[in-house]
Write a new protein. Sequence first.
Length: 290
Amino acid sequence: MAPRAASDHAWASAIDERIERWRRRQALRVAPDLDRRRRSDEDPLILELLSSPGPSPETDDVIEAIATSRGTWSVSVELGRLLADLVRRFRPTSVLEFGSGQSSLILARALAANGGRRITSIDHEARFSRTAWEAIEKLPGVDARRVEAPLRWSLERWGVQRVYAGCAEVIAARGPHDFLLIDGPQWWYGREATLHLAVPSLAPGALIVLDDAGRHGERAILARWLATYPGLRWVADAPGFPRMGVAVLRWQGDRSAHWQARWTSLVEAPILRLQRFCRGRHAHRPSLTT
């Protein structure tokens, strides 16, 4: 590696390390309040499903395909089983999903087994889920729509974040939604803004599943969501769930919001944009030998 490339790599690594320490401090700072909120609102049935998601005949072949694939971005086998279990037990009629793929097929199959209804998936790169959606469109009784929405930096009431652009009207038109899966790009790349986009169209009692909820960034997101929306309840948490954890929340229907809780992202966004820039410089630099 050339000296300049090595210097850039060291600089980017140092920024990564500092940001990770910062995320960890954020997660530790909010941990006591998160523990208190979780203990007061836990749902024993959902906790039971988290501890031992069962087999699901209508989705087992999809889950088996996940188990044998090498895809980095696919949902885990355990999350696939949990999603099928939740749909089977709680019988939602309108599913909204951020991020699409095998999870979409699992949710749509489970909906079809319950008699059908709607699934709406928002994705910034829909081409990666083309095969799954070809299968979804053949399912009887399932009104399925996938929307490709680019992630763009935006100044919103909740701060400066990357937001799925151009999808709010579709989300509203296909609501109210009583099941929400959040599994898009991690927190600063769009995941935190998803709940804010979905809230106007959530039905009272809607379940919200946040994948990767054991990561430091997602713990901070949970704290900000709970501080922002009085109508949000954290009913189950499994930070040690396979891969990077999962959390389940329930929407109680109170759409009042404490906007000041959202402005912490004004500090995060410029730092994380600098991180992306540094990584990009190193990733796209030609490899040189001395």
